[in-house]
Write a protein that binds this ligand. Structure first.
Ligand code: SF4
Ligand code: SF4
Length: 373
């Protein structure tokens, strides 16, 4: 069963990639909040409260269906703590029914073997668990000490892929914890990523030299196939305190849907455009695709960076792919790009006659009804 799920997931990853290459007129990734409440209270977080009720299930399902109608290819449940929503599994099932990949970001506290089996049954594709430190402290209780047992249960029972995200940042007290956590994640067969802590507007400060060394060590451990985190030139510059010139496609290729059903740019830029998802149209997607965001140069929202990288591949494939691989080979001369990048290279670099790959793959792997590219 596990292997069958892995194969199915890989095929759907290829479809997400193929559809992103084929068209710029749909959201690649949407993050949606089923409940704002959280069972923890990390001192750096501005994305939770301690009192909100879950969004009623009928309303959540309507929102998921609307994202499906817009052609969204990956839908992520976030929060607050999404596992506090009593019908979280029904929401995941509905995401899969739209044809999108279903992913979940959790603090892991509510995971048990039984909960993991229910997530398997609901069709979850990816789970990201964030671990901030080895021992809990007054900043964060998301510690390896508390969550290690949960990681073991995930390794034993989960049919879905697991990513353990840890953090670095100028204010992080014990930065070497990030490396301990990333190594533990890899030892259990999970992917590991590292985020750079941002302030309340999504901006970051440069990392001290010791943290940059730890960051480089963790990057060498990353393995995800459908992830551009290996090549994250945004993060590479951020850790050095340098600005990046890029076009943020939030509101178009990436959507953030709050508990009130409004579309925002991202978790750190709520209030723009703040239009109800129910009336969000292809024209809104088109407008926001072109809107310049003043917060872009020092933005640390890595999921939006990754969406932008897909569009960079789409718009200037030859330059983007050659640059990605060349930069990685500066630190690792024997580096071989993962499957999806090799497929893209075959399509765009080595075989100019094969530029219809995106269309062909999307057609082969199935297009959902109602899409109109
Ligand atoms: S667990 Fe996540 S959502 Fe909850 S307070 Fe901490 S960072 Fe915020
Ligand atoms: S650049 Fe985009 S993703 Fe980053 S903070 Fe601004 S709106 Fe959000």
């Amino acid at each position: 069963m596990r292997i069958r799920n892995q194969v199915s997931r890989k095929l759907r990853e290829v479809r997400v990639f193929a559809r992103a290459m084929e068209s710029k007129h749909h959201p690649i990734l949407a993050q949606i909040i089923p409940i704002r409440r959280c069972n923890l209270a990390c001192s750096y977080c501005n994305e939770y409260d301690s009192f909100s009720k879950p969004v009623p299930i009928e309303e959540m399902l309507r929102r998921i269906d609307r994202l499906g109608e817009l052609g969204t290819t990956i839908i992520t449940l976030s929060g607050g703590e999404p596992l506090l929503h009593p019908q979280c599994d029904d929401i995941l099932r509905r995401i899969r029914a739209t044809g999108a990949m279903a992913t979940l970001i959790t603090n892991g506290y509510l995971l048990t073997p039984d909960r993991i089996h229910k997530l398997n049954a609901a069709g979850l594709d990816y789970l990201q668990i964030s671990i901030d430190n080895v021992q809990p402290d007054d900043t964060s209780k998301k510690s390896l000490k508390v969550l290690d047992r949960k990681l073991e249960w995930l390794a034993e029972h989960a049919d879905f892929a697991v990513t353990v995200n840890t953090v670095l940042g100028a204010d992080v007290r014990n930065p070497e914890d990030a490396l301990t956590i990333a190594r533990r994640a890899r030892s259990l067969g999970f992917n590991s990523t590292v985020g750079i802590l941002h302030d309340g507007t999504g901006q970051t400060r440069p990392l001290p030299a010791a943290q940059i060394r730890i960051y480089e060590e963790i990057r060498k451990l990353e393995t995800a196939v459908f992830s551009f985190s290996h090549f994250d030139h945004f993060q590479e510059k951020l850790v050095q305190g340098q600005a990046t010139e890029w076009h943020c496609r939030a509101g178009s290729r990436f959507l953030y849907i709050c508990e009130d059903g409004l579309v925002h740019y991202c978790s750190q830029q709520r209030g723009y455009p703040a239009k109800p998802l129910a009336s969000y149209t292809k024209e809104d997607l088109e407008r926001e695709f072109h809107t310049e965001k003043a917060c872009a140069p020092y933005c640390s929202i890595s999921c939006v960076h990754q969406v932008a990288m897909l569009d960079e591949v789409r718009e200037a494939p030859r330059e983007m792919l050659a640059d990605l691989v060349a930069r990685r080979r500066q630190t690792d001369p024997s580096f071989q790009p993962p499957f999806l990048l090799r497929a893209a290279a075959w399509t765009f670099l080595d075989n100019p006659k094969a530029k219809t790959f995106g269309k062909a793959a999307a057609a082969l792997l199935g297009r959902r009804s109602g899409e109109n590219e």
